[in-house]
Design a protein around this ligand. Structure first.
Ligand SMILES: [Zn+2]
Length: 594
């Protein structure tokens, strides 16, 4: 059996009182209908965590952590969902189902079975670095500027020059070959029997999940002739690049304190800044920053600073930064390291304060993209006519982005003003241009004001979000929404995914926050679900609010389809052309603007 039956989970959660459970770990005080206490998931000075007996959830308004009793235990005790349910069941004396066995992810093994291997490997590699065989590796680490304290803190280790050193160590520890293969540490020999070590003669960087558990590795080649300079664990049940960030376990507290996350690309680019005092740095693992990453970071801080080194900052990276900026999920700024350096070299050569200064001075993503374009134009010997063309190109880039299509009129106006300031052009002119380009590219999706008097929801609020807020706080209103819209009408990918879970439950008459939180597949969404539900509770006037939000979604859909018939969206060809033009510009020739 792969998992607990739904009924059992519900039974356990219903028998658990979240106030009592959380109260075992955190001192709670009465505050109105709720309880408050110091949040254990970040360094909390003032009580930021609310526990709601009515909803049976907890929510931290500082770091975003939130969920039901199971999710609290998962976070506090670093357990998986089934483990947390098992713990709660034992607490309230409900016997486990007779045929229960832990969830398996590969060949009868659970995530814990695999994590036992990666945890062991972390310690093993660390010890190897201090053995005589690891002397050169340690020398290399020191030569890159790593102090012994840093090596210790990040658990840096060494995989020696052998085909089966780890394999034998793992066997002695009692791990099976299957287990070590599934954990990504050894590979099967092709066409032959037996296995061999995946990482050989490499400096090893353990990759931890948010709870601090080692789940994968990155290995830096030490042999000069090795083709792959960096090798990561293969993706698998434990290791999902698109939702993990290197250094997050180490940087998390600092990110919460500074209300900002700095995102770089390499292991040493995280470690060296940490060593020089810039401790809120994390890295993507050989992928661009994904929505999953952004959602993860958004739990801890409202701002992200992307660090590009001048040689690599390509058009695609700039475009990505712009999309993130426009989508408004987080405030996005872009810092550029001077040519020829990466964050690691730069921190070492110039010191942590200089790196911090680059971060502090980083322009927002919009300005960054404009500066790039403007500089490219100047370096091509641009004149006034060129400037106008450039402006149009830049505005097209903004207006054509998917994220721009999803924002509302108020935000568009403030964007136009922001851009007008950047371009040193009259705001009215910029706004007019953006409208014109917008009509050419995509329909006007601005909200229609409510027919009768004051709007219950502000025009800046995403109506999709409002619908879910109301439904999660007052599920009885589900039919009122479902009669007119369905999940396909949601444009925000995450909200749509939530709607896709909410709709079937509502149709069954089973929609309830508790029901959603008890679903293991929704565990990652617990902070969002609790936030939406509490926001719904604060909103009030549910009938009218819901009606207006649905009106706006429908209005948007209507104008969209009409416009599509008239003009059609901007085709991929022209977008590609824009990107290509972008790519051809040379960022190194970028003079300072203003
Ligand atoms: Zn917190």
């Amino acid at each position: 059996m792969a998992r607990f039956p739904e009924m059992f989970i519900q039974q356990v959660l219903q028998a658990t009182d979240i106030v009592e459970l959380v109260g075992q770990y955190v001192a709670l005080k009465h505050k109105g209908r709720e309880f408050v206490g110091l949040c254990p998931f970040h360094e909390d000075k003032n009580p930021s965590m609310y526990v709601s007996p009515g909803k049976q959830i907890y929510k931290c308004f500082a770091c975003g952590a939130g969920g039901n009793a199971a999710q609290f235990l998962m976070g506090y005790e670093k357990l998986s969902f089934p483990e947390a349910i098992r713990r709660l069941a034992e607490r309230v004396n409900i016997p486990l189902p007779k045929d229960y066995a832990p969830e398996t992810v590969a060949d009868g093994m659970s995530k814990n079975d695999l994590a036992a291997v990666t945890e062991f490997a972390g310690g093993y590699f660390q010890r190897q670095l201090r053995e005589p065989a690891g002397r050169d590796a340690l020398g290399y680490a020191h030569s890159r500027g790593l102090s012994d304290e840093t090596i210790e803190r990040f658990g840096v280790g060494y995989a020696c020059d052998s085909w089966e050193a780890f394999l034998s160590a793992g066997r002695r520890k009692g791990f099976s070959e299957e287990q070590m293969v599934a954990a990504g540490l050894v590979r099967r020999r092709e066409g032959k029997s037996g296995c061999y070590d995946y990482f050989r003669q490499r400096l090893m960087f353990p990759i931890r999940d948010v709870t601090g558990r080692v789940v994968a590795f990155g290995g830096r080649a030490l042999a000069a002739d090795e083709r792959a300079k960096y090798l990561n664990s293969p993706e698998g049940a434990l290791f999902d690049k698109s939702s993990l960030l290197y250094g997050l376990a180490e940087a998390r507290e600092s990110i919460v304190q500074r209300r900002q996350a700095v995102v770089v690309e390499g292991y040493l680019d995280v470690i060296l800044p940490h060593q020089t005092g810039v401790t809120n740095v994390v890295a993507t693992l050989g992928t661009a920053l994904t929505e999953g990453h952004v959602r993860l970071l958004g739990r801890y801080a409202p701002e992200v600073v992307l660090v590009f080194d001048a040689d690599q900052a390509g058009a695609a990276a700039a475009q990505r930064a712009l999309e993130l900026f426009l989508a408004q999920r987080m405030h996005v700024r872009v810092a550029t390291i001077p040519a020829g350096k990466d964050p690691c070299d730069f921190s070492l050569a110039e010191g942590g304060e200089a790196f911090q200064a680059l971060i502090d001075q980083a322009p927002d993503a919009l300005q960054y993209v404009w500066d790039r374009q403007f500089a490219a134009c100047l370096s091509a010997g641009g004149n006034l006519a060129e400037r106008n063309r450039l402006m149009e190109e830049f505005l097209t880039l903004v207006v054509a982005s998917g994220a721009y299509g999803a924002i509302d009129e108020i935000r568009r106006q403030s964007l136009a003003q922001h851009i007008a300031h950047l371009l040193n052009a009259p705001a009215a002119e910029v706004q007019q241009q953006m409208r014109r380009l917008g009509r050419k590219i995509r329909p006007d999706r601005s909200a229609r004001p409510a027919a009768d008097g004051r709007a219950a929801i502000g025009v800046t609020t995403n109506p999709e979000r409002v619908v879910l807020e109301v439904l999660l706080d007052e599920p009885e209103l589900f039919d009122q929404a479902a009669e007119r819209i369905d999940p396909a009408d949601f444009q925000d990918a995450m909200l749509q995914r939530l709607a896709e879970r909410i709709w079937p439950l509502g149709t069954d008459g089973r929609l309830a926050l508790e029901e959603l939180l008890a679903d293991e597949e929704m565990v990652g969404y617990a902070p969002t679900l609790t936030e939406l539900s509490l926001a719904g509770q604060r909103r009030g006037n549910h009938h009218r609010t819901l009606q207006e939000a649905v009106d706006r979604i429908l209005h948007r859909k209507e104008t969209h389809s009409v416009q599509e018939l008239k003009t059609g969206p901007l085709d991929d060809e022209s977008l590609r052309e824009l990107h290509a033009r972008f790519q051809r510009s040379d960022p190194r020739k970028r003079p300072k603007i203003q």
